[in-house]
Design a protein around this ligand. Structure first.
Ligand SMILES: [Zn+2]
Length: 278
């Protein structure tokens, strides 16, 4: 699933390709991918809108349009965006925005779980209510040890689930949470309230670091190849993963002879080193 670094990479790379262009028309191949409003209204409202800029909030990509309208993409598990010549058809393309100048923005989503919404800025429909409840992102200046301490205080839930909570660590998903917990030396199964001040400091710093490094390396493309950048290249942070996807392999910490383990927490896999993480 694209997390903050992947969506931020997509945002940065789309800017020079689409900003300033006008949406000429839209072709909707799968109506259920339009989250709001209905497909017909969506097509009517998007026509002739100019793309003013691109923003991101957590895992949502926001395209700013004329008259305070926003086109919001949620890529979910396998969605990605590409800019092609308008004549080129992509496999699994669900929505195509034909742009001025002869190019097109394609929303490609093999699993049809991703969604695109067209809304008035700040007036989010109920289906997007989660956007209003988002917490700080690890790269926000207010994301400090005091912030994380306050959010985890008294929480009996597993720290892994708390770090995945978008109201606490906005933009963080399964890969970066495992990597941050590893770097902080904290087991994913610990309860939020059990973390010491030192562990909270380490976790704050490691969340900031893995998210920043994820952006620097243009995101993580796993062997499933689900995440690709707008120009079809892969990300490179997968080369820097210490635990995620490494079940049964030796821990990369110098001097540690531990073997990376995988456990289920909720309905997700969590990877950790039983020696480095306590
Ligand atoms: Zn280890």
């Amino acid at each position: 699933m694209p997390e903050l670094p992947e969506v931020e990479t997509i945002r940065r790379e789309l800017v020079p390709l689409v900003v300033g262009k006008k949406v000429r028309s839209v072709r909707i191949s799968r109506k259920d991918i339009i989250g709001f409003p209905g497909p017909r209204k969506f097509a009517e409202l998007i026509a002739d809108q100019r793309i003013l800029g691109l923003e991101r909030r957590g895992k949502y990509l926001i395209i700013k349009l004329d008259k305070d309208k926003e086109l919001i993409f949620h890529l979910r598990l396998s969605g990605h965006l590409q800019v092609n010549r308008d004549a080129d058809a992509s496999r699994f393309e669900r929505v195509r925005f034909s742009l001025s100048g002869g190019s097109a923005l394609s929303f490609i989503e093999p699993r049809v779980l991703g969604r695109v919404y067209l809304v008035e800025a700040g007036q989010y429909p109920r289906i997007l209510a989660g956007m209003e409840r988002m917490g700080l992102e690890p790269i926000d200046s207010g994301f400090t040890v005091d912030y994380l301490t306050e959010k985890l205080r008294g929480r009996k839930a597993k720290v892994k689930n708390l770090v995945l909570d978008q109201r606490i660590c906005c933009g963080v998903g399964n890969i970066y949470s495992d990597e941050a917990l590893f770097r902080a030396g904290v087991r994913p199964t610990r309860s939020g309230s059990s973390l010491t001040r030192l562990e909270l400091q380490k976790l704050t710093r490691s969340l900031q670091q893995v998210i920043r490094n994820g952006i620097r390396w243009c995101g993580t493309t796993l062997t499933d190849g689900r995440y690709r950048r707008p120009g079809n290249q892969n990300g490179a942070f997968q080369k820097h993963l210490r635990v995620f996807g490494r079940e049964g392999l030796e821990c990369r910490t110098t001097g540690c002879q531990g073997t990376i383990r995988r456990i289920r927490i909720g309905n997700r896999s969590s990877y950790f080193c039983p020696v480095c993480q306590t």
